[in-house]
Write a protein that binds this ligand. Structure first.
Ligand SMILES: [Zn+2]
Ligand SMILES: [Zn+2]
Length: 172
């Protein structure tokens, strides 16, 4: 969905729409969409700048990076961006930094689909986890560790603890 910057009305645009992206569009390799991506976006022109403010919601299936099981991940992410005309791209370094993130639009156009996809990708966690407490897979038997259900005795060494230990050893 391409927005012509010159055609944004004074009162702005209000867009409330579903976007169908495919998993290939995502940075997260094993993610699968469980529903379309819903975006509510306000597009407003302020002088030659375009402010794009919105909220993205969707549900995906991610693969936990510890236990490798799929789990449902809900996205509810907001963004507030300012797009400047391309002419300013060249003097980018001279533009003072403000709280709002700044981007550029080219040929008087803004591709809302692209913006929503980019913001969706940015909302993903670096390492998806089914839960913060996920204990992952036992390195001995390869079974899932659930509430300590695995019978193997695994000595997990904390690298920070090891460091402290060797530090104390050296002191002696
Ligand atoms: Zn997990
Ligand atoms: Zn085990």
């Amino acid at each position: 969905m391409v927005i012509d910057v010159n055609e944004i009305p004074k009162e702005g645009l209000h867009i409330d729409q579903d976007f169908d992206f495919v998993s290939l569009d995502l940075v997260e390799e094993d993610a699968v969409f469980l529903e379309p991506t819903h975006a509510v976006v306000e597009v407003k022109k302020v002088g030659s700048d375009v402010r794009v403010k919105g909220r993205i919601t969707t549900r995906l299936s991610f693969v936990c990076s510890r236990c490798l099981r799929p789990f449902e991940y809900c996205v509810d992410s907001t963004f507030d961006l300012v797009y400047l005309p391309e002419e300013l791209d060249e003097i980018k370094d001279e533009i003072e930094e403000e709280d709002l993130e700044k981007f550029f639009y080219y040929h008087q156009q803004l591709d809302l689909r692209e913006i929503v996809l980019e913001q969706l990708n940015l909302s993903f966690p670096l390492r998806p986890l089914c839960s913060e407490e996920c204990e992952g897979i036992c390195p001995v038997c390869g079974e899932l560790i659930h509430d300590g259900s695995c019978a193997c005795e695994v000595k997990v060494s904390d690298p920070r603890l090891e460091k402290l230990k060797s530090f104390l050893r050296d002191k002696r």
